[in-house]
Design a protein around this ligand. Structure first.
Ligand SMILES: [Zn+2]
Length: 747
């Protein structure tokens, strides 16, 4: 993009020189003197700091009453200048009355090192302290930002909405810009999924995220909370910004003349947001991150995905060479799972070379009563886990641990229990009954409910000898009508009827605050669980792909990315989600699908094999030929595909899958000089051949091509051919696939 031409070429050169010399550095671009940084900023007018990674550099300045993000410089030389100062909360409510707040910079409290910049502002009356923080947690990739407000006043205050980040870039009206955003694969991936829009003058957009991902009429589907904005012309340089939070959030983007504005943070569309901050308590905005990139959306993704892995994900998970695992899940038999089926599936999993056996819903006595049904599992669940372990498999289960039901056995979470009743988001009627595996949600934001859930989750993991815990359903309350919970009480005038767990209740102006508290509690429970069980894997399902966001990426190990499991839905959800998240985190469930021919069978398996694969059908019903084909496919996955899924760069080298035409995905690992192209032929009968124009290769390089199924003889190709006319793939039949492996050769 050309943003730099109408801004400051000197400062770009300055930054890039310093970057190349120092790598990860902090530059205090203020008068050089032997004083400490705090003393310097007190003495000089230019209270400016720069925070950098190898991909970007941020210039930050502390004004007397408000801080400001001055600019974002990208590695490719782009420079984005921000026009507006941060808007700090102008008032708070105390005892129901607004009290104006004057924020003043506290240079002595500022702290700056190679990875952080923290500017501190205080209000004297009421006594509040605001920390405006930026952090570079990796030497590369984006920089994170959050604002914390501490209440030192000695009395309860109520804060209005504090946005996580407000951007107001100066941009030449002639600069052609694009905006890419992706939907969650919740329910069934839509026909579009990946949105690429021109950002023309007057452009106005809002993307929303909650843990529910229910489409709202007129508002479209929920997004994975990240936006990518970049120049339409090469080198397609731009910036991206995302939210590390699973609660009710939104991102806005609009362009007017020379101004390009974006806001990221909690969503106050349902009504004015307010949140209680008790004496000595604090409020923290959802953490956001801001990155600069070139090379379009894949260029952004190839920076972002390794950053998610390095900064947000659990490092222990990635140390496990089996991650992402191959799994056999019992839901192919629905709620009918029992001990004989489980033992049969364990034996067949071992036979097929799968690495984990997962018991889905149906194993428990009842909703909220998370003990094995003695009729189905007379020897309990630990016995099943132990058998899986004896066969060299890991063991995981499904649970929806925030749901209360009607069971009365000891240990059950019962909605009629007076203690539990106080935790529910709403009273249930006298005739209320839970569904087969959904009950009434408890509000984790209530400390007693949080403590109960933390203990219960720990018990489940320990009693059942788990290697993996999948949480499903809706952990985070969508709304809450209680006025004695820590969140804001509902404002009755703003209520909207909604429907959850088969029960109507009200979505009100407090819903964002409800989600704020419940998400914090959920994160705390999982942080504790990880400390106590460091090797435990955590699957985030949440009704399939409704909770794919960067906050849950920091608290779980992999996502179920959609709730529809046919090959096309799996590929579509992967296509969309993989712009934002590491491929290894993206789980596709593979369900029963018509496979009259062997190539249809491989097509089905491979459509779920681009990230984490979980088989969700009764493999014991497979023919011996299908067993052999699956065994080979899983062996190939573990040996050759998994290393690429973990480490390779990813390129979206086709249109988004439509099931009719061809689609594909390229993985290229420059360190190993190896890659693979997943290619899929759609249903159209007269399209036997397709050319995939590849990316990320060396135009001067030479590559050995191996066609796994023998659809073409192995051959050599030049980089310029693969990047130019492309990789030709010919397949005899519709609904078939081929894996083309690439290896760079010395020639
Ligand atoms: Zn509540």
């Amino acid at each position: 993009m050309k943003a730099e031409t109408d801004t400051h070429p000197e400062s770009i050169q300055n930054v890039s020189t310093k970057l190349s010399r120092l790598g990860l550095v902090l530059l205090c671009v203020i008068a050089c003197s032997p004083l400490s940084w705090g003393e310097r900023v007190q003495k000089v007018q230019d209270r400016t700091a720069t925070l950098a990674t190898t991909d970007e550099s941020l210039t930050l300045t502390a004004g007397g009453h408000s801080p400001k993000l001055v600019s974002l410089s990208g590695h490719a030389g782009s420079l984005w200048q921000n026009e507006s100062e941060e808007v700090l909360p102008p008032s708070v409510d105390i005892n129901g009355a607004p009290v104006p707040v004057t924020w003043t910079f506290q240079p002595k409290l500022a702290s700056v090192d190679a990875h952080h910049v923290v500017f501190v502002y205080e209000s004297a009356q009421p006594h509040l302290r605001l920390r405006w923080q930026w952090e570079a947690r990796a030497g590369f990739g984006p920089i994170e930002h959050r604002i914390t407000v501490e209440n030192l006043s000695g009395q309860e205050i109520w804060l209005p909405l504090v946005d996580s980040m407000t951007l107001d870039w100066r941009s030449s009206p002639n600069l052609a810009l694009r905006h890419l955003y992706v939907e969650k694969g919740a329910g069934t991936p839509s026909a579009e999924g990946t949105h690429l829009e021109p950002v023309s003058d007057g452009y106005k957009w809002m993307g929303r995220s909650t843990t529910y991902a229910h489409p709202v009429e007129g508002e479209g589907r929920e997004i994975i909370p990240i936006e990518f904005v970049y120049g339409a012309a090469a080198p397609h340089a731009g910036w991206y910004a995302g939210i590390e939070f699973s609660g009710r959030t939104r991102i806005t983007l609009q362009r007017n003349g020379g101004s390009l504005q974006s806001k990221l943070g909690l969503n106050e569309e349902l009504g004015p947001f307010r949140t209680r901050v008790p004496a000595n308590g604090s409020f923290e905005t959802p953490t956001v991150f801001l990155g600069a990139f070139s090379g379009g959306p894949d260029g952004a993704g190839n920076q972002l995905r390794p950053w998610v892995r390095a900064v947000l994900n659990n490092p222990l998970t990635w140390k496990d060479p089996h991650y992402p695992l191959t799994v056999n899940n019992s839901w192919g038999s629905g709620m009918q799972v029992d001990e004989p089926l489980a033992l049969r599936m364990i034996a067949d999993s071992k036979n097929l070379g799968l690495e984990m056996f997962q018991v889905d819903a149906g194993w428990f006595r009842g909703v909220g009563d998370w003990y094995p049904d003695p009729k189905k599992f007379p020897h309990g669940l630990a016995a099943i886990a132990d058998e899986a372990h004896r066969q060299g498999l890991r063991f995981g289960i499904w649970v929806d641990w925030t749901q209360a039901g009607l069971d009365t056995a000891p240990g059950a979470l019962n909605v009629r229990d007076p203690k539990v009743r106080g935790w529910l988001v709403n009273d249930v009627g006298p005739d209320w009954k839970p569904e087969a595996f959904k009950g009434q949600t408890i509000d984790l934001g209530v400390p007693a409910a949080h403590d109960y859930a933390a203990k219960e989750v720990k018990r489940i993991v320990e009693d059942y000898h788990l290697d993996m815990l999948e949480h499903d359903g809706y952990l985070v309350a969508q709304a809450c009508t209680r006025d004695d919970h820590p969140h804001a009480p509902p404002d009755r005038s703003t209520l909207r009827q909604t429907h959850d767990s088969g029960f109507d209740f009200a979505l009100g102006s407090n819903s964002t605050d409800v989600s704020y508290h419940a998400v914090r509690a959920y994160y705390d429970i999982y942080e504790r669980l990880r400390r106590e069980h460091p090797g435990l894997l955590l699957e985030i399902c949440n009704d399939g792909g409704r909770m794919v966001d960067f906050g849950s990426a920091a608290h779980g190990d992999y996502f179920s990315i959609t709730d529809t499991y046919d090959p096309l839905s799996n590929r579509r959800a992967f296509y969309d989600t993989s712009y934002a998240m590491p491929a290894a985190m993206l789980e596709s469930y593979v369900e029963k699908w018509p496979t009259p021919r062997p190539e249809n069978f491989l097509y089905m398996l491979r459509s779920g094999m681009m990230g984490w694969i979980t088989i969700m059908l009764d493999t014991t019903a497979w023919t011996p030929e299908q067993h052999d084909a699956a065994r080979s496919a899983f062996a190939l996955y573990k040996k050759d595909l998994r290393p690429l899924i973990r480490d390779a760069r990813l390129y979206h080298v086709s249109q988004r899958p439509d099931g009719i035409h061809w689609d594909g995905m390229e993985y290229w690992d420059p360190a190993r000089k190896k890659g693979v192209v997943f290619t899929f032929r759609g249903s159209i009968p007269d399209e036997p051949e397709h050319r995939f124009v590849l990316s990320g290769l060396n135009p001067q390089g030479h590559y050995r091509l191996h066609f796994e199924d023998g659809s073409a003889p192995d051959r050599e190709a030049s980089g310029s051919e693969l990047l130019g006319s492309g990789l030709a793939v010919h397949l005899q039949n519709p609904l078939s696939s081929e894996l083309v492996f690439l290896e760079e050769t010395a020639k």
